[in-house]
Design a protein around this ligand. Structure first.
Ligand code: PMP
Length: 312
């Protein structure tokens, strides 16, 4: 069953509610995270992927919105373990922490005058994008929000209108996903994913100065590529036309995992199918997030599924 941790207590998700005048609902004044719990059927165990890293990014976003939560990243991780234990799911789950300005007043108020609220909840969550078929992407006519507008290095609620507009435009035009460019026209990222190219035996990905969210998956993939495949990643400015000439291309994200890209703007990327480097990284990454590779077990926080029975 889905539970929420809200205002310091655990309760069934259906009971976690806010009023219609909540500031964040009107003005996007929230910060969120997306964390996955990956079910390992052989061990009958849930592995939460890099919760502390997610919560560190979460707390940085809270700082930008001048929120002060009474928890450290370590404490939020412990609360999350308890939440996952209580829910007792034996399948892949998504964990959504959300900090928001909960004051119920209609006005563009100063951040420092608004109350901070926190909710964390878990829901069952399977594949977000098709991981086998290579995605058909387009570059978006919407440009990526700049750091001078809303900092894209945090998952701030209002920022995601940019992603939703791009995703909507792309899917209405028959594509699976949009790739946003910066104001200058360089490649930034997908609507909820970072983007990588395979080029001349290296990985290439836009750098953090191109208004990306520095993904936890992006970082994991950079390390796996270096340690296990001997592939270095170059973080630099990427021109849109370079995407079309790449040997392979893939997207990374907590929800999207590692999604191959087959076409961009109707250009075939490599063979147009899932490429060999993408496939190798994908299978490595799936083993890592399910706690199957001891070398990377420190990236996973195991949760036993036996505890749920102890809760009503
Ligand atoms: N970019 C954006 C805009 C995102 O929303 C996400 C998803 N959190 C990512 C990139 C990928 O980040 P991560 O790998 O940490 O999920």
């Amino acid at each position: 069953m889905s539970y929420a941790f809200m205002n310091g207590e655990f309760l069934p998700l259906a009971e976690a509610k806010v009023g219609v005048m909540t500031h964040a609902l009107h003005y996007g004044t929230s910060v969120f995270e997306g964390i996955r719990g990956n079910w390992n059927p052989e061990e009958e165990k849930m592995f939460i992927f890099q919760p502390r890293e997610h919560y560190r990014r979460f707390l940085q976003g809270c700082k930008v919105l001048r929120m002060s939560l009474p928890y450290t990243a370590e404490e939020l991780s412990r609360i999350t373990v308890e939440l996952v234990e209580r829910s007792g799911y034996q399948q892949d789950i998504y964990i959504r922490p959300l900090a928001f300005k909960g004051t119920e007043r209609v006005a563009v108020l100063k951040l420092q005058d608004l109350e901070d609220s926190l909710v964390i909840f878990t829901i069952p969550f399977g594949a977000y994008m098709d991981l086998e078929a290579a995605a058909n992407c387009c570059t978006s006519s919407w440009r990526r929000i700049e750091d001078t507008m809303i900092p894209p290095s945090s998952k701030i609620g209002g920022l995601y209108v940019n992603s939703v507009l791009a995703k909507t435009e792309a899917t209405l035009a028959g594509f699976d996903e949009a790739i946003l460019l910066t104001q200058e026209g360089y490649v930034s990222e997908g609507t909820g994913e970072n983007i990588f190219m395979v080029m001349d035996g290296k990985l290439v990905t836009p750098s953090t100065s191109d208004n990306i969210l520095a993904g936890i998956t992006r970082n994991a993939v950079i390390q796996l590529a270096r340690n296990e495949l001997g592939l270095e990643t170059v973080e630099r400015k990427v021109r849109r036309s370079e995407l079309y000439a790449a040997d392979e291309c893939f997207l990374t994200g907590t929800a999207a995992h590692l999604t191959p890209v087959g076409h961009i703007d109707n250009y075939k990327i490599g063979s147009g199918d899932i490429g060999p480097v993408t496939r190798e990284l994908q299978s490595l990454y799936f083993d890592v997030i399910r706690g199957r590779i001891s070398k990377y077990l420190h990236w996973c926080t195991p949760v036993s599924n036996t505890v749920a029975k102890a809760y009503p």
